[in-house]
Design a binder for this molecule. Structure first.
Ligand code: B12
Ligand code: SF4
Length: 504
């Protein structure tokens, strides 16, 4: 009998909190089903300097959490030694990694320092690999790069390894022959149907209670990220979702809804071990699902779950009828998040390709607030060609929409986005820079506004938006000189929360 194969699944997550990346239960589940010996490692518990969730919390976007990071963080210096020890001890046949761009950059800070046994293959997939496949394979660190949807591709990779067959011709991968240094791009694989997709097994047995603890409304709750479908039909120029959809043109149906039975089966599976308080539904535009599906979802939620949930959707999908459907779920709390991004008509229409009216955004929040929904708003600053005045239009809009949760991000040019191409064409960047976190700095060198001013404005954005104008001179002091005015900044931040309590 052939020897049982061994796989190490590795997720180089960049947060200081434990979280289950959606691809990981799949990578674990498929390997387990194929009877592999499976180990899992992630970087959640290793200290990282920059964490966008903490940065947003510290600049007044969310209520301060009682649990800033997962308790018991490990010093970052121990990371390489710890991964090395697992590899030396386990001697995996395969190391499978999932990463978006931020994770990949972090991975590059430690993967090249590891001594990988000659016999161990390394494969990587996820959003970054899908859009930077050439750069990733050219590092010479990986045997295979998985491009796009991975379920079938990964299953086939494991099957080939089990049978000691060559892995150089698998659709949906780019292969690097470490001996001859030759690269073979096998092209994208056709998409599989939703039914087939959601039959692949998901394994959550590797995650303890720390993976569910998350701050919410100033408390720590059990939260679970629940996938209900994939894909968005819109074409915002700063977003990776249309990029993925477009890549699949002619290769099948990219927009998919997860069958309801599969959704509720996962909820039951998780609730057996961890009573989840809030489900964070990951769909780019939840309310664009057909009404019948939404009605059934809400009715089943009321009967089978009865807990709170969070969704993201587009402003165009917000109306009384949709809100009434959501209410049928009888969830004690429903949070709706909309991407606002900018309060400038020019930035929205000409730069972001978002053909929505500012008045509609204000009206949508009014309606959601009136109907008792908790609201979340996403903003971005530092778009190519943006000016200080336009950022203040966004601050002005934030004042008007009165969302409870505000997520203020700096635009970052991820690989191959239309806006990234524009930045390169305009000479705002070269294209090979490391992309910082969304709360760190802008890497764009623009004539309209400096990178420093963008970073400073992000830090005080919520103060300008939430405090009356009489405080603006003090806010400006903190904007222009944060370090010498830290005490004043903290005072204003406290005032921002007090003010909201009194006036909303
Ligand atoms: C859900 C989601 C989140 C969730 C959960 C993310 C997670 N790690 O699980 C949350 C809300 C936490 C999140 C956060 C962020 N996100 Co996000 N997120 C998404 C979203 C909507 C879906 C991703 C997803 O989980 N899909 C389902 C899983 C199963 O798909 P998948 O990971 O792509 O994996 C498939 C394949 O890639 C492949 N595969 C993946 N790994 C592997 C490994 C192997 C070995 C193989 C063979 C195959 C394989 O198989 C899988 C199944 O088909 C995407 C948009 C999109 N349409 O992709 C953005 C997206 C991935 N996020 C993005 C960004 C920028 C962020 C943030 C930086 C945003 C922010 N403002 O803070 C943060 C980063 C936080 C952090 N440091 O980790 C960008 C990434 C761009 C890039 N180049 O990296 C995207 C594309 C959206 C966008 N705005 O452009 N995100
Ligand atoms: S609506 Fe949201 S998910 Fe869809 S393309 Fe725009 S930003 Fe991306």
């Amino acid at each position: 009998m052939a020897k049982k194969k061994k796989i190490l699944v590795l997720y180089p997550g960049t947060m200081n909190r434990a979280r289950i990346a959606l691809a990981v239960p799949l990578l674990l589940g498929i390997a387990k089903k194929r009877a592999w010996w499976v180990k899992y490692f992630d970087t959640a518990f290793y200290e990282k300097e920059d964490d966008s969730v903490i940065a947003k919390e510290k600049s007044g976007g969310f209520r301060p959490s009682p649990m800033e990071t997962t308790p018991g963080m490990i010093p970052k210096e121990q990371l390489v030694g710890d991964v090395q020890a697992i590899i030396d001890d386990f001697q995996p046949n395969l190391i499978a990694i999932t990463a978006m761009t931020c994770d990949y950059q972090y991975l590059m800070s430690f993967l090249p320092r590891l001594k990988i046994p000659k016999e161990s293959l390394i494969i990587i997939g996820g959003h970054h690999a899908t859009f930077s496949e050439e750069k990733v394979i050219n590092t010479g660190l990986f045997d295979l790069v998985c491009i796009g949807q991975g379920e079938k591709t990964y299953d086939e990779i494991l099957e080939k390894i089990e049978k000691d067959k060559p892995i150089d011709r698998i659709m949906g991968t780019v292969f690097f022959d470490k001996k001859s240094k030759k690269i073979k791009n096998n092209g994208l694989r056709k998409l599989i149907s939703a039914e087939e997709l959601w039959k692949f097994p998901l394994d959550y047995s590797f995650f303890d209670e720390r993976y569910y603890k998350y701050p919410f409304d100033g408390k720590t709750v059990n939260m679970f990220w629940l996938e209900v479908g994939r894909g968005c039909p819109f074409n915002c120029t700063y977003c990776g979702a249309p990029q993925l959809r477009n890549k699949y043109t002619g290769l099948g149906q990219y927009l998919t809804i997860r069958p309801l039975d599969s959704i509720f089966k996962t909820i039951k599976q998780i609730n057996k071990h961890y009573q989840i308080d809030i489900f964070n539904i990951t769909h780019e535009c939840f309310l664009m699902q057909p009404k019948v599906w939404l009605e059934e979802f809400a009715n089943r939620w009321a009967k089978e779950v009865g807990k709170g949930f969070l969704i993201q959707t587009r402003v165009e999908t917000i109306n009384q009828e949709m809100l009434d459907i959501l209410k049928k779920s009888k969830a004690p709390v429903i949070q709706i998040g909309l991407g606002i991004e900018s309060g400038s008509k020019r930035i929205l229409e000409e730069i972001c390709n978002r053909k929505m009216k500012i008045e509609d955004l204000v009206e949508a929040y009014k309606l959601m607030n009136q109907n008792g929904f908790r609201t979340n708003a996403y903003y971005m600053l530092g778009f190519p060609t943006e000016t200080r005045e336009e950022i203040f239009e966004t601050i002005d809009l934030c004042k008007k929409v009165k969302a409870q949760i505000n997520s203020v991000n700096i635009f970052q040019p991820y690989p191959e986005l239309p806006l990234t191409k524009m930045c390169i064409e305009k000479g705002y960047m070269k294209g090979d820079e490391v992309v910082p976190s969304v709360t760190d700095v802008s890497i764009l060198q623009m004539p309209s506004i400096s990178a420093g001013e963008i970073a400073n404005l992000r830090r005080v954005f919520m103060l300008y938006a939430k405090l009356p104008k009489k405080y603006w001179p003090d806010i400006e002091k903190c904007e222009k000189g944060y370090e010498p005015n830290k005490d004043l900044y903290d005072k204003l931040l406290n005032l921002r929360w007090e003010y909201e309590k009194k006036h909303v």
